[in-house]
Design a protein around this ligand. Structure first.
Ligand code: PGA
Length: 267
C-alpha cells in the first residue's frame, strides 16, 4: 500500500549552542543561503534549546522552517517548579517536541509512562509530538529489539485514539547508533521501520499505521542521508551533529527535498 506521507527533517541542537550570538549567526546563515523549499513536500523543524525557541521561531517562520523543543512538561501550568509549560511553549511559537530522546532516558530518568503523559500534553496543545523508540546495544545483543519496541510503543501511545495517532510522529533511533561515525546499516533501518509499522498496526490497524510517519535518527550525515531517505518506509530523519553547520544543513535539506518531491509526484 502506498500512502502520501509528507517527509520531515529534524535538526536537533541539543545544547550545542552556547550563546545568542551563535544562534543568530546560524539563523542568519540559513536566511541568506537557503532560498525556498517545497513545503508541500517537506517539513523542516529545528529543535532548539528552550531559550532559543522564541527567537528561532520568529526569525524562521517566514521561511517555512518550524521551531520545536527537546522536551516539555505534561501539565499545562501549576505548581511544578523548574518545569516548562507546553501551553507557554505553544504561545512562543513551538510547533513540535521531542519526547523520550535516549539522552533524556540515560541521564534524566525519562520513562515511557511519562513520555505518554507528555504526548497527551502535546496533542492537547497542538504541538507535534515526536516519540523516540529504539533499543540499546544490550537489548540488541540479547535479541530483545522487537519486545522493547512493542513495549515502548504500547506504553507511549496509551489513550491515544486512532484519530489522534495520525498526528504523532515516531522516530526509530537505536541508542547504539547515536553519536557514531556510521548510522545503523540501511538493511537494519529498513527492517526496523517495517517492524515498527507492524507494531503500530497491532495497536491500531493497517490503515492507521500506514498513515503514521516513522523517521530514522542516529548518526545521519551528509554522506548517508541520501541512502537512508531512499528506504521506502523512512519518512524522514533527525540529525544532530551533522546539522550544526548551517551550510551542511542546507545541503541535507536539498537532498531530502529531492526525494520528497519525487514521492509527492507519485500522488
Ligand atoms: P547524532 O545525534 O545525529 O549526532 O548522532 C542524533 C540524536 O541524538 O538525535
Amino acid at each position: 500500500m502506498d500512502i502520501n506521507r509528507k517527509m520531515i527533517l529534524f535538526a536537533n541542537w541539543k545544547i550545542y549552542m552556547k550563546s545568542r550570538k551563535e544562534v543568530e549567526s546560524y539563523v542568519n546563515r540559513l536566511k541568506t543561503s537557503m532560498g525556498i523549499f517545497d513545503d508541500e513536500a517537506l517539513e523542516i523543524h529545528i529543535m532548539t534549546d528552550f531559550l532559543s525557541l522564541e527567537y528561532v521561531s520568529k526569525k524562521l517562520e517566514e521561511f517555512g522552517i518550524k521551531a520545536g523543543v527537546q522536551d516539555l512538561f505534561w501539565e499545562d501550568f501549576g505548581p511544578y517548579a523548574g518545569e516548562v509549560s507546553p501551553m507557554m511553549l505553544k504561545d512562543l511559537g513551538c510547533c513540535s517536541a521531542y519526547l523520550g530522546h535516549s539522552e533524556r532516558k540515560a541521564y534524566f530518568g525519562e520513562n515511557d509512562k511519562n513520555i505518554n503523559k507528555k504526548l497527551l500534553a502535546c496533542l492537547r496543545n497542538k504541538i507535534i509530538p515526536l516519540v523516540f523508540i529504539g533499543e540499546t546495544k544490550e537489548d540488541l545483543g540479547a535479541g530483545m529489539t522487537e519486545k522493547v519496541l512493542r513495549s515502548q510503543l504500547s506504553i507511549c501511545l496509551k489513550n491515544v485514539s486512532r484519530e489522534m495517532a495520525g498526528k504523532v510522529v515516531i522516530i526509530y533511533e537505536p541508542r547504539w547508533a547515536i553519536g557514531q561515525r556510521e548510522s545503523a546499516p540501511p538493511e537494519s533501518i529498513s527492517a526496523m521501520h517495517i517492524l515498527t509499522r507492524k507494531l503500530l498496526s497491532e495497536i491500531y490497524d493497517d490503515d492507521c499505521a500506514f498513515k503514521m510517519k516513522i523517521l530514522y535518527g542516529g548518526s545521519v550525515n551528509l554522506k548517508n542521508i541520501e541512502e537512508i531517505i531512499s528506504i521506502k518506509d523512512v519518512d524522514g530523519v533527525g540529525a544532530a551533529r551533522a546539522a550544526l553547520d548551517p551550510d551542511d544543513f542546507i545541503k541535507m535539506i536539498r537532498i531530502i527535498e529531492k526525494e520528497a518531491i519525487k514521492r509527492k509526484a507519485k500522488f
